[in-house]
Design a protein around this ligand. Structure first.
Ligand SMILES: [Zn+2]
Length: 298
């Protein structure tokens, strides 16, 4: 578990995959207030949403286990209460690595059914190797199929499952009153091409549908927390959607025309969107898109 989390850490924080493990003791957790009762925490791993106020603290994702004490200190700089709920946007260790510590401290963990299912058994990945099953205390206690809402801190947090997108257990979290949207890893902002985790049940069509669902939820002026990268606007998310659709269309058209994966990679339809230092290369993204589009017209 530790080893594969280190792998995820190296990969997901924008370092090249296989780079040396990042020293978590050097990571600083930065807090940015977004609206009354809502903040975002940046550290290493997935960005964390925070709901705070009279009903208790809620974290949306919790990064890596070695960071839990720093995350709690950052939360308490905003609100001294303990963490009451943790929502996981999906199962990956850079978003759920703090579950064990927070579960032991009494937080109730909430996530889609497939997050609990994947965390309950060993997971294997060509890219990341083995992730061992999590202990019971780290598993989501409240699970759902379509979605669930948390009614607290003067707002409604709508937690909405989006099917087969980055994984098969992704959720978007939307603060209805504050107009803040956490996209989980269905949105990488300015740090890498998209990661569609085929081995965890992700798909290009689900990734596109997830971004459309996010845009449908968001009111004008929305504050968007991406899974990784800096805060974003509605326009940023719309541009991300256009990029996904453009690459999907080009790959699907070429595949239907009988071009091989190697030929399509050479055409490089994702080239103009590639981000220097991003952990998903144009080739890796095109491979994931290619796997998800039919050879025949659909
Ligand atoms: Zn992820």
């Amino acid at each position: 578990m530790r080893r594969s989390i280190a792998f995820l850490a190296a990969a997901m924080i924008g370092a090249t995959p296989g780079a040396a493990q990042r020293d978590m003791s050097k990571v600083e957790i930065k807090v940015e207030r977004l609206a009354p009762g809502v903040a975002v925490l940046f550290g290493a791993g997935g960005n964390i949403g925070l709901s705070y106020g009279e009903d208790g603290n809620v974290l949306v994702d919790d990064q890596f286990a070695p960071l839990t004490d720093k995350i709690i200190a950052a939360v308490q700089s905003v609100d001294p209460d303990p963490v009451k709920f943790v929502v996981n946007t999906h199962w990956h260790g850079d978003h759920s690595g703090g579950n064990e510590n927070l579960g032991k401290a009494g937080a109730v963990i909430v996530a889609h059914d497939n997050v609990r299912r994947r965390m309950s058994t060993d997971q294997f990945s060509k890219r990341f190797g083995k992730t061992a099953a999590s202990p019971k205390v780290a598993l989501p206690v409240v699970t759902f199929g379509q979605g669930v809402s948390l009614n607290l801190n003067g707002d409604v947090l709508r937690i909405i499952h989006v099917k087969a997108a980055h994984t098969d257990g992704d959720s978007l979290v939307y603060w209805q009153k504050a107009n803040v949207l956490h996209m989980g890893d269905t949105f990488f902002h300015k740090m890498s091409l998209p990661f569609i985790d085929l081995e965890s049940g992700g798909s290009i069509d689900g990734a596109i549908a997830a971004v459309r669902a996010g845009l449908a939820l968001a009111a004008p002026g929305v504050n968007i927390i991406p899974g990784h990268g800096p805060m974003a606007t509605r326009e940023d998310l719309a541009a991300y959607l256009a990029m996904l659709v453009d690459v999907r269309t080009k790959v699907a058209t070429a595949k239907r025309a009988g071009r091989s994966l190697a030929q399509i990679k050479a055409d490089n339809p994702a080239k103009r969107y590639e981000i220097a230092g991003g952990f998903i290369t144009a080739d890796a993204f095109v491979e994931a898109v290619y796997a998800g589009v039919g050879a025949k017209r659909r």
